[in-house]
Design a protein around this ligand. Sequence first.
Ligand code: WT7
Length: 656
Amino acid sequence: MDEEPSNPESPDDAAESRRSLSAFQRDATVTDGGLREQFDREWPDCWADAAALLEWAEPYDEILEDDDAPFYRWFVGGRLNAAENCVDRHLEAGRKNQVALRWEGKRGERRTYTYHDLHREVSAVAAALRDLGVEEDDVVTCYLPKLPELPITMLACTRIGALHNVVFAGFAPDALVERMAGTDSSALVTCDGAFREGTAVNQKRKADAALAELEATVPTIVVDRLGPENETRLGPEQYDYGTLVERFDGADVPPVPRAATDPLFHIHTSGTTGEPQRMTHATGGYLAGTAWTSRTVFDLSPGDTYWCTADLGWITGHSYVVYGPLSRGATVVLAEGSLRYPDRHRPWEIIERNGVEVFYTTPGVIRTFMKWGESFPAEHDRSSLRLLGTVGEPIGPDTWEWYHTHVGDGRCPIVDTWWQTETGAILLSTIPGVDETKPGAAGPPLPGVEAAVVDADGRELPPGEPGYLTLTKPWPSMLSPLEGDRYWVLAEYWQQFSDRRADTWRYFTGDRAVVDEDGYVTIIGRADDVVTVGNRRLGTAELEAAITAVDGVTEAAAVAGSAGGDTDLYVFATAAQERTDRDRLRGAIRDAVVERVGRFVEPAAVVFTPELPETHSGKTMYRVLESIVDDARLEDTEPLRNPAIVGELETLWESG
Ligand code: WT7
């Protein structure tokens, strides 16, 4: 870069950020600063760039068809297969002995799959599924923890043109029933159990309970995770995964070419408050989007070692553990179990042992690392790292600094990637070989993506004014709902800010955000989290942004409750470890809220807690906090990642 950074905070900062950018840039794949302009000029044809990263069985005729907007269709006429793109083509490219997957089990087990191994096992499972009656367009539900058999089964499904529907293994039978019934699943793949901090937990019992509730019997494949010392009884229509793989070893299952617009998989949105919704992605656009962002944002090329901590039950695991990195021919690290077991060195040992170059996680995980302390990463060799990423929620400045300094040694760029289950792939992010980073801001829209922050009437707001984040152009990896889901998808995402008569479509992200003079977008939070206090509706996201801006506060959640008779505002906050003066912090939080919204909503109480209750994908569960404030019974804690915090919060609440 020979240009000066646009907004240096201080000469030292600017110099440092320029240095780290150029060190990374020397070897970066994408360094073309003119990419955004080029994509704007050539849109939508620019997206041929992404399609070109894939192997097509038949070329497409049309990049984008908008006859049925907002149900856009990408790469129309083209045919391709996802498993072929993630596996077979790497064999043909002479990379059959390159490692595709490095798995680290909870009990210290290690397994390595080359692309050749992957091809062999994916083919065997594909043959087994077919033998069990699974056909093209059928849905296979996967209810598995982070085992290699999960990505293998996902790829086996896509190889034969079946859709996978991955359900987070930690969910209870009810959630499985709902998601299997809602997708009309014709097979299930699960496992006997899992080790949790050393003891065996029965996964199959949960699967069996769900199967008993479903009307139809479906063939079920059971992976043996617990070993011979834990015998599992298989019922009728239940098959041992290992036996099937042996039986179909060497099977030749040619990948089924799918139309680019055919569905690739179902996944359900997390739903902190509402019901889980069935989401669908289309084969061509989704693969193009995940491959292109894996190259452009994560700088992944064949042979690069990459680790993303997400579970495969979430979209992050689909896009950036399986499809994106494998389509790039990368080496993917998959770590089963908790990052603190057997001890807090585990994440750094995984990075050290595998030579991880690109690491992708959430601000929540980084905050946990911060609490443990910098001595843990400091004891390990992290020199292999060259790029760090985060996703899922805004990353506060303290967390960003810590990640940058103690994980990246001040030399690795950080990409703060904004996207959603619905968007399929990253849409807002810096390109690490091109753009300067601004801690706290996700970054500008990627090339070809157009975002606008608007007010409640859909009028575009000037820089600096917070509003609703919308997307004003379609993008390849966008949601592609089945016919039967179109009605609610229209209502949920497209109705609010589109002008249907003018055929102008704007996708509403559900987020609040603010854009700066350089086009960098800072996400404030979800727009639908609203508290009503004294007849005024207040966005929790903005209150929380004001609270976390208080020095010493890391996280905050604002809820309304009527503990004192009237409806009042209550604040739950986590404090940075080293600060102890809680009363001063309380005062500062009160001042921040009052300054933001006025005296009438001064919080009735500010409660400090070690953690906020959050879902498995890191979203604050307001429901839990509300039930504590209102002393109500707490229903369904299944979505909670940290259920132990509930008891702790109750104690804190009663004593505070
Ligand atoms: C919501 C989507 C897509 C990956 C994981 C979550 C929030 C996502 C960021 C970011 C601030 C972010 C948004 C978004 N979010 N990335 N970099 N900065 N907020 O997927 O469960 O569909 O959630 O996560 O609120 O709408 P998801």
